[in-house]
Each structure stands twice: as structure tokens, then as C-alpha cells.
Design a protein around this ligand. Sequence first.
Ligand code: UGA
Length: 443
Amino acid sequence: MKVTVFGTGYVGLVQGTILASVGHEVICADIDEKKIADLKNGSIPIYEPGLEPLVKENFESGRLKFTTDLKLAVEHGEFQFIAVGTPPDEDGSADLKYVLSVAETIAVNMQTPKIIVNKSTVPVGTADKVAASVQKKLTERNTNLLFHVVSNPEFLKEGAAVNDCLRPDRIIIGTNNSDVEEKMRELYAPFNRNHDKVIVMDIRSAELTKYAANCMLATKISFMNEMANLAEKLGADIEAVRHGIGSDPRIGYQFIYPGCGYGGSCFPKDVKALIKTANDLDYKPELLEAVELVNEYQKTKLFEYFNAHFAGNITGKTVALWGLSFKPNTDDMREASSRVLIEALWEHGVKVQAYDPESMNECQRIYGQREDLALVGTKESALKNADVLMVCTEWSQFRAPDFELIKESLTDKVIFDGRNMYDPKLMNKKGLKYYAIGRGASV
Ligand code: UGA
């Protein structure tokens, strides 16, 4: 089947590549000429395990093409995927300008019937807006070409995007047209194995499903973070509590890890956007507002521990920081907890020596050259002449470090762990003071 994907970001590039890998003929289009030129040369703009060889293989086979020629892109696919960004507006709502601009491009150039597939995370009602915008242009063109708009949200996780896309746990199709449903089922048939993963519903429910899923997961995290903060005050250990409650299958072990807050391009943006949607409808979403507030507070926890540990005398200190990305296996630093921490440290005259396996370039790009930031090549070199160690991301290479070296290197033998990676008893034995989320400080 012929597919066009607009937008070569995380969602578009992964989805396009995966569709090509099962034999569909895919054109990925973007207005960014450099990005497209790089992709044609085999260089992919993001770090995503397994993606680069897959892009290369499908590009070389001719099943996957890249272009900035939007007219050609519209001509190609019966399916026109919209996978462009929806950055948050100043008021938290999702900015639809890129989505609507693609809709217009499709309407201006289409010569045959099209199925327009909304992949971007968009507020409920966007499919109607896309349909209205396409219809308006077609009327101006004096043509009554047939088109349908489908909501088909994406549920991939950064760092596991290829696998998530190849083996989805659900394929949500929002449409009220049975022919379109049939075509969408055919398109996704290679991924619909074992049992039927396709869930068909009306368009608005499909749009809301995406927000509800992310907001539910964000709620689980903020709930656990609130419990962690309470555990700390009560002298309890949140890790024991997590184990205890996760054993109930109704609760489950997933997404109940307390930490220094959730980040990334999805949870913060989607929670804000749903709050905005609710407010616009004169509904006060108390729970979602609390989820966001707890998360904002949580991102300040490591700084709070650090400041309290030194009784506010922190100016001039040097912090070794392990982990900059918002989670492991990605170089993405959008809304990362590390940023809130680094900026608070700088504000108080503290120097940061940071190491991350993938985000060093990204950090350089965001903050540029600064005297109070040293980006170093290994986790060990971050420790040199540092006073304390802080951990913001649970990369596996941080899980079993050389604690002797940490102790020798740090002036003050303290670890502030935002991801609860180490055993407080072991830290005690090693002679390291250890602060973790919801576990109190071990001496
Ligand atoms: C998230 C969802 O998990 C995907 O299902 C969804 O498709 C995607 O957003 C999207 O909307 O595109 P992602 O942002 O890649 O995926 O990252 P997650 O693995 O969900 O992690 C988000 C944040 O939550 C990270 O900062 C992570 O450290 C934090 N987290 C996660 C916790 O603090 N505790 C947990 O128990 C789990």
C-alpha cells in the first residue's frame, strides 16, 4: 500500500520506517531540507536504538523515500499520515499550526481520494478541524474529491520506539466509516498478530484515548512521588511500599517508580494540554492539576536535599552529575529533571560537571559554553574534584559503579540519587552518605 508520512520527527520517522519494513511503499516528507538531505545520506536526526540500520535498509531497498517535495508527497500515498509536532502554546494548549498546514498542503495538491491519518497527539476535535480545513480548500478548488480523516494515535516510547511500533499492544482507529476501517486494518495487518489489537471507535474517543493514557501514567508517577514524600516524613521506605503495593495485580509494578519527576516531550505537554481543554470547557480538572504540581515540585527535590545537607552553604561547590536525558536510552532532554536541577545549582553559584552516555551534544546545544558547566567524557571524570555526586537518569551503566572510586574522588562523601538506584544499606557500608527519593537519608 502507498503511504505518505508528513513529519520526520520521532513519530513520523519511526512509523514510516516500520511501515516500509513490512513492504508498504512509504514517502516521508518534511519541510526541513537539511533533515531530509541527512536522512538520504543515512544520518538520522535522533538517537533511537535499532532505528538507523532499519532506515538504511529500507531506504536502500527503495521502499522508504525522503522528500521535501510536498506536491509529490501528496500525490504518492492513498494514506496521508500527519505526524508533525504539536508544541505547547504559551497557555499550555497544543499548537495546531503545523497539523493544519499539512492538512492544507494535502487539500491543495490532492488529485485522488485520500485517507488522512492523524498520528500527532492532538486535542479532541482536531480531526474535525482538519476535515473542515481540507473541505474548505477543496471547495475553493471547485472539486468534490473524496477524503476521510482518521484518528490513529501513536503509543511509542522513546528508547523503545522501534519495538513498540513493530509490536504494538493496541492499534486505535478512530473512524465512523467501515470502508476506511477496512483499509486501515489492511495497512496494519502485519502488526496485528496473535490476537486482534485493532480497537475501532469514534474519532473523538480515539483522540481522547491518547491523552487519557498519558495522563493516567503521569498520575501513577505523581501519586507515587507524593507517597514517597510522605514516606520520607513518616520514616518509611517508599521502595518497600512500592514492592508491597505492586504485588497487587490491580495496581501492578509498572510506572510506580518514584523519582525526581517525569519529563520528556509527552507527559508534561499532554497533561498541560488536557488541563487547558478542560478549562476551556469550564471544567476544573483538580486531579490533573495536582499531577502537574506534584511533578514540578518533584523536580526540585534533589536540589532541596543538597541545599539542606549543606545548610544553605552551597555557593562555590562542584557537583558531579550523572544523567542528563529525561530517561535512559535517549538523548532527549526536553523537560528533563536534570535541567531544573542544573539551573537551580547555577543560580546558587554551584558548578556542574556532567556526564551522560548520549545527551552531551544536546546539553551543549541547549546551554552553550559556560564556566559553570563542564561536559566530560566519562562518568569517572565527572567525579574529579567534585564535592558530591547527583544522579538524574537511571542509565544501566550507572547501576553498579565503583563506589570506592566515588568515595575517594568526592570531597564530601555524598550521593543524591533521583532514581533510587542504590541500596541504602550498601551505601552505609561503603561509608557514603546517601539521599534517595522517599527513603530518608542514610548516614
Ligand atoms: C510516553 C508514554 O509512556 C508512551 O506510551 C507514549 O506513547 C509517549 O509518552 C507519547 O505520548 O509519545 P515517553 O515520553 O517516551 O513515553 O517516556 P516514558 O518511558 O513514559 O517516561 C516518561 C517519564 O516518566 C520519564 O521521565 C521517566 O523517568 C518517568 N517515569 C516513568 C517515572 O518517573 N516513574 C516511572 O515509574 C515511569
